[in-house]
Design a protein around this ligand. Structure first.
Ligand SMILES: [Zn+2]
Length: 241
């Protein structure tokens, strides 16, 4: 039997499958999202690499079709070390990838951004790194052409202006649209790493991302958003995604 190819991967989700197996959604660097059956994994043998989220893995699989068969998983490093709220934010990233990325469509840049964002969350990062991830994800999926320019006329985003959002067009400048334009140029600039946004701008950036993501997430609420709402109730200093 030939050796299966190996892939760098993270686990996005897992659930019981039949009597003893797990159905695991992988996010891989070179093949995108891949669904695999991990046979017998509900009672792993001693010393087996745990099939847990936020740990980089080297995996192989066999078979064809929608669901592959997992053929080995080795840890490539320690888990990202997400605790408390950061853990829920990690689940939020996973849910975005599950909802937005089709299976077997590779997005190596999103994979790299995911790895960096997990590390940032583990080190106390929050709003800014989440917004950068969301903005990059929408750009890589072709759902937001360019965060630095008006999607209609191509003029660079001006921090002193205000902007509207149009699906599949992107941010739209005052010359190309009327009111309302609910997003300040500073909030938009923060999505490309442009400087520290104040609390009001962070909220606008969060709202812009929610608006931009909403049509692509489906009607079912994100479980991670509900969880975050319940753990951060009463703490108005942070913007939940
Ligand atoms: Zn314009």
């Amino acid at each position: 039997m030939s050796q299966p190819e190996s892939h760098t991967a993270y686990i996005l989700h897992r659930r019981p499958y039949r009597e003893t197996s797990l159905l695991v959604e992988l996010f891989t660097e070179d093949a995108g999202r891949v669904g695999v059956v991990a046979r017998g994994a509900r009672k792993p043998r001693k010393g087996a690499t745990p099939l847990e989220p936020f740990r980089p893995l080297q995996v192989g699989w066999g078979g064809r079709g929608e669901l592959r068969s997992l053929r080995g998983a080795e840890a490539l490093g320690a888990p990202a070390g997400l605790r408390g709220e950061a853990l829920y934010l990690g689940f939020y990233l996973n849910e975005l990838l599950l909802r937005l990325c089709a299976r077997l469509d590779p997005y190596p840049r999103v994979f790299g951004a995911y790895r960096e964002t997990l590390a940032a969350l583990a080190h106390g990062g929050r709003d800014q790194c989440l917004r950068l991830f969301e903005a990059g994800l929408l750009r890589e999926l072709g759902l937001a052409p360019d965060w630095g320019r008006c999607g209609r006329c191509g003029a660079a985003v001006d921090p002193e202006q205000s902007y509207a959002w149009e699906p599949e067009v992107g941010v739209v400048c005052p010359a190309c649209t009327g009111d309302p334009r609910p997003f300040s140029g500073r909030a938009v600039c923060s999505l490309t790493g442009g400087g520290g946004a104040d609390r009001c701008e962070r909220r606008e950036a969060r709202d812009l991302m929610r608006t931009a993501l909403a049509p692509h997430l489906g009607s079912r609420p994100l479980a991670s958003r509900e969880l975050l709402r319940s753990v951060s109730r009463g703490d108005g200093s942070k913007e939940n995604p």
